[in-house]
Design a protein around this ligand. Structure first.
Ligand code: FES
Length: 182
């Protein structure tokens, strides 16, 4: 239907942004009837669309992203460095509560994220994008120092309360206590 003439309409040309989403959701797409949204494209565009979908009542679990390696700082190749760091004793002991169960594991302080270390320890930690966008991996840090590599999902007040995106969380202290259930 839009194959001819669509290029003359601003709404159908250029990058999709929050303004275009607002028009699309008003004129073309009923977000309430959608079960899931799949977003693929440049990261700023995906963030804008995800934000617009959230504003229209879609939950993080309903919004799926396709991301590429260059947009995923937490997915660099790090296993060799991890082994080195573990040998040097430069590690953090993480205690994680998930679904009421307490688990402990060690992760190297070499940029390995808490989520990747938890998954490597066979913990069924939640995640979707692994890029700091969807907040599926959110947990609360109860003890310890950490750094978030990227944060496109948590509001300032959540960060102030100790919430973290575990896919972007690298430990700075020797001990981290994290709760996924809060
Ligand atoms: S898995 Fe999406 S923000 Fe961490």
């Amino acid at each position: 239907m839009l194959e001819t003439g669509g290029e003359d309409i601003d709404l159908f040309t250029g990058r999709v942004d929050a303004e275009k989403c607002a028009q699309l959701f008003r004129l073309w797409i009923d977000v309430d009837t959608a079960d899931t949204a799949f977003i693929c494209g440049p990261e700023p565009m995906m963030l804008a669309i995800a934000g617009a979908l959230r504003e229209h009542g879609m939950s993080d679990a309903q919004i799926k992203f396709e991301l590429f390696a260059s947009a995923q700082p937490g997915r660099l190749k790090r296993p060799a460095k991890s082994v080195e760091a573990a040998r040097a004793g430069n590690t953090c002991t993480a205690t994680v509560t998930l679904d009421g169960a307490l688990r402990e594991f060690t992760l190297p302080k070499d940029g390995t994220t808490l989520l990747d270390a938890a998954l490597a320890a066979d913990i069924d930690a939640p995640y979707a994008c692994k890029a700091g966008v969807c907040s599926t991996c959110r947990a609360k840090v109860l003890e310890g120092e950490f750094e978030m590599i990227a944060n496109h999902a948590l509001d300032d007040y959540e960060v102030e309360r100790g919430y973290v995106l575990t896919c972007q969380c690298v430990p700075l202290s020797d001990r981290l206590v994290v709760d996924y259930d809060q």
